[in-house]
Each structure stands twice: as C-alpha cells, then as structure tokens.
Design a protein around this ligand. Structure first.
Ligand code: SGN
Ligand code: CA
Length: 525
C-alpha cells in the first residue's frame, strides 16, 4: 500500500477501510489492501471578485446581476461569510494560498516580489503523496511554477482577448476570450487525467474580473439597460477617518479613467492602457462586436457633458456594467466545469472551492481597487461543496482566511501539514463543527507603498466585532465597531467610551504578532 502521512479525519477513514479490507482478506487472502479514495480538489480562483458581486451573498446587487452557477456551489455546500485575506493584493495572496504562511514568512509582501518556488507548498506535498496536480490561468508570481505536473499560465496580468499562455514546452497567443480559454484548457486537462488512477488537484485561476474589466463577446450587451443601485457611501468625504483614507488614489471620481478604465477611446486618447491591451489584440470580428456596443456609448457621453457628482454616478454605472458582465463570463464557465464534473460522476468525490485573491470596492467609500483592511477588500468570497461531507445550503460565520487553504487541502488528502504553515484546517467547519478553540482574531498586513493607488502600509487585527488598524508609517491608529458601524465610517480609536476595548485590542494585537513571528516594523508596538 502506498505510504501516506495520515491524520485526523483521514485516520478514521483509513481505519474503516483497513478493517473492511482485513475482513475481506480473511475470505480472499490474495486481495491487496487499497488506500481510501481520497477526494479530488478543484480550487477555482478569480482575480478581484468582490463578494458583493456574487448573488449567493444576497447583497443589494444580487437581483441585478445574478451568478447562478457560482451560487450552485453555495446551494450544494457552504457559504463562508467571514472569509478574509492576510494581505489584500494579488501576488501576496497567491503566495499565502500556496504556502499557508503570512507574507513575512513566505517572503512575498508585494506584487513586485519574486516567489521563492523552492519553499514548501501544498501542491508539492499533494504531488509527493500521490496526487496529480495542475495550475491553469493567472499565476502572477514571476518565478516558474513548482509543484505541478502540468501548468499553463498567463504571463503577468494576462490579457482578456486572444491571450498568451506560457507552459514548460510552449508559448504563444490563443484565439478567444480568456475565461473561456482557461476553462477549455482545464476541462481538457481533467479529461486527459481521467484514466490516471490518481486523485487530482486543479487550480483553475481566472484573470477576470481584474481591471479594466473587459467583458467577453457573449456578454457585451448584458447589462447595458440596467441601472445598478449605488452604495450608500459612494460620496464618502473621509471625515472621521485617518490620513490614508484621505490620501489614497483609488476613487471613481479622480482615479478611474474615462478612456482606459471605461473604454471611451477617441482619436485623441487612443494607444494607451486598455486600448493597447485589449482592442489592440482583437481580431476584426471581435472589434466589430465591441464597436457596436461602445461607439454609441462614446457618442452619448460626449453629448451629455456631465460634471461633478453626475459624472461620478455615470462612471459608477459604466464600471458596474463592465465589471459585472465580466463576472458573468466567469459564472458561465464555472457552470461548464460543474456540469463536466456532474456528467462524469466526479462531483461525488471532489471538494470544489470558489474564492478570489481578495475582495474589491464596488463604489463603497467612492472607491474601486483593494489593499485596505476595510471590509470590502479585506474580505473575499468563499464557497465550498463536497458531496456527503459538507451539508448543503449551509452558512458559516467563523473567522477564516486564505491562510487556511493549504492546511485544509492537506487535511482532506490525509497529508500532514508542516509546522511552518500558520493557518488551520477548515475541515471541522465544513462539517458544521466549529472547534471551541477556533480563532477569535485574524492578523492582516499590507506592505505595497509607495505604489499604484497610494494606500499606506498598515497592519491590524479583526475580531468578531472590533477591528484595529495601525498605519505605522503615519503613526496613526484606526478602530471600528463593525456591529454599530458596518460601513466603517467612524474611527473610534481614542474615543473614551471604548477605552477598555481599545486596551484589550492593542494587547491582543501585540500577542498575535508575537505568535506569528512578525518582525516589528518601525514605530509599532
Ligand atoms: C494593475 C492595475 C491596478 C491594480 C494592480 C494590482 N492597473 O497595476 O489597478 O491595483 O494591477 O492588481 S491597470 O491599469 O493595469 O489595470 S493585482 O490584482 O494584480 O494585485
Ligand atoms: Ca487581485
């Protein structure tokens, strides 16, 4: 029998199989003892997908822009309402997923870092223990992927139309739309892997719906007639907040570009940003379909001469139409994958996870992008199904994060996690059995400053109700009461009525940093 490191849940499974095997051996001594059937793992990862844009989360956008296929995962399994990331930016989040370690441990603090592929990751451990592993889609870690039997990735951020793919053996552009192509390649790999006799672990990683939200040919007109509800704090003035919220560069009003972001390409502003990245790569048919939708929008915009808040409102509507239609293509493609698994009987023993590298602002605080430890970008969507193991249609509200995936996947595969990993297996939560000693705080640290969008470095902790943030280079603290102030509009740090809570949070913050081995940045406790 193949040697695997077995523990917890799988121990029990193994015992059952061993005793069944022992019984049948008594009758039929020539039969070999088989290992328990370990589950396949399908990790579907998107880029910048706000939980507010998944209808299973029942946000105010749900009725306007449903995601029926992603919702199937929640219906068949569990929706996590308090899933977060340790550092709300792309490459660092991916490094944390792979290593189960915070940025200061895996060395990947910003998008500018190069991932150390020598370090231990969960795909490597699964592969060493009998899994066949693949990664298809966005990678963004700059070094060559390690730990995969097969990989095909987009260079850097990748392109939406006719994107390039890089693999060990080949590189070049493929005609089509990126979300469809990543799915085609994933289904082809699953099909080719069918007879391998090994369980699979596939990381299917979408580029969409990353900026500049270029929707696919099937969804160009999808939301053109829809007027989306605005967030209540679209016109936030950042009073009662710190310097960082006031000085960021990620507002719909100032930062969002009419040409590059909203694709109002005219003769004068051609040849930059999305015009080159997207339109420049299209074939004639794709361009004709695109122009038929965008040319009238450009014309109408020019006639309107919008200013001030009216212009912000108009930009918000365009942003939502593009962003949500881009997501619809991810959703269709999730449907294709779920159908494939069902048609091939693979849904019975596959843990399916849908999540994103971080959340995103859909106009809350007047913003787009991420990076801040405020809820919209600190949180990430998380839905999981596993037939017979995760009860259907359930909701979990424990504090979980992208730090937990590595240990969760190792646990379901019966592989022991190395001590270096800093998360916890979600397996008990998936069964609906939260351990008594489940964590009551999460640690966060964002490092990418100075950089695009100008979000100051900060670290902090969040508990069930209170959040503490330290902008250590500014020497400023922020604290929020998420129960009374879920939109985080009122910094209560140093408010006398919260004195004792503040003391215990600061104390807790210091202890958590010691626990995770954070080397204290300057000016921090
Ligand atoms: C690009 C985007 C930014 C985005 C970063 C990081 N600008 O620079 O808006 O914050 O990527 O995104 S764009 O004009 O090129 O779209 S991340 O998801 O990869 O971290
Ligand atoms: Ca991202």
């Amino acid at each position: 029998m193949k040697q695997v490191h077995v523990h917890s849940f799988s121990n029990l499974m193994l015992l059952l199989v061993l005793s069944a095997a022992t019984l049948s051996c008594a009758e039929k001594s020539t039969e070999t003892i088989s290992e328990p059937q370990r589950p396949n793992i399908l990790f579907i990862f998107s880029d910048d997908h706000a939980f507010q844009a998944i209808s299973a989360y029942e946000h105010q956008l749900a009725d306007y822009a449903p995601t029926p296929n992603i919702d199937r995962i929640a219906e068949n399994g569990m929706r996590f309402d308090r899933a977060y990331v340790t550092n709300s930016i792309c490459a660092p989040s991916r490094a944390t997923v792979l290593t189960g370690a915070h940025s200061h441990v895996n060395g990947h603090r910003t998008n500018g870092d190069i991932f150390d592929g020598e370090q231990i990751t969960f795909p490597k451990l699964l592969r060493e223990n009998g899994y066949t592993t693949a990664l298809i889609g966005k990678w963004h870690l700059r070094s060559k992927p390690t730990g995969f039997d097969h990989w095909e990735v987009l260079p850097g951020q990748g392109h939406y139309y006719n994107p390039d793919f890089i693999s060990d053996t080949d590189t070049g552009a493929v005609e089509g739309y990126v979300s469809d192509l990543i799915t085609d390649k994933s289904l082809a790999w699953l099909d080719a892997n069918k007879g391998s006799g090994k369980p699979f672990m596939l990381m299917l990683q979408h580029k969409a719906p990353h900026r500049e939200w270029e929707k696919g040919p099937d969804h160009l007109t999808l939301y053109e007639d829809v007027e989306f509800p605005e967030p209540a704090n679209l016109f936030d003035d950042y009073s009662n907040r710190g310097t960082a919220a006031k000085e960021q560069d990620m507002t719909i009003r100032e930062t969002m570009q009419l040409d590059s972001d909203l694709k109002l390409w005219t003769e004068e502003n051609k040849n930059k940003g999305s015009y080159n990245r997207t339109y420049g790569r299209m074939n004639d048919t794709q361009r004709a379909a695109w122009d038929a939708v965008y040319n009238p929008i450009i014309q109408e915009f020019q006639e309107q001469n919008l200013q001030g808040n009216d212009l912000v409102r108009w930009k918000y509507q365009r942003y939502m139409r593009d962003y949500l239609a881009t997501i619809r293509s991810v959703d269709d493609n999730v449907g294709r994958v779920l159908d494939y698994l069902e048609e091939n009987g693979l849904d019975e023993n596959t843990l399916i996870v849908y999540t994103s590298d971080q959340g995103f602002y859909l106009g809350e605080h007047g913003w787009f992008d991420k990076r801040f430890m405020y809820e919209e970008s600190f949180r990430t969507p998380l839905l999981m199904q596993w037939q017979g193991k995760i009860p259907e249609g359930t909701v979990n509200s424990d504090l979980v994060s992208n730090l937990d995936f590595a240990q969760t996947f190792l646990d379901v595969a019966g592989v022991e996690a190395p001590d270096r990993m800093q998360g916890r297996s979600l397996l008990p939560l998936m069964r609906g059995e939260t351990p008594e000693n489940w964590r009551d705080y999460l640690y966060y640290h964002y490092y990418e400053f100075p950089a695009v969008h100008s979000v100051n470095k900060h670290e902090g902790i969040t508990g069930e109700r209170y959040k503490l943030m330290h902008f250590y280079e500014l020497g400023e603290w922020e604290m929020y009461d998420l129960e009374k102030d879920p939109m985080e509009m009122n910094n209560i740090y140093n408010h006398p009525e919260y004195d004792s809570i503040q003391h215990s949070l600061v104390d807790r913050f210091k202890r958590i940093k010691r626990q995770y081995g954070v080397i204290h940045p300057r000016n921090t406790p």
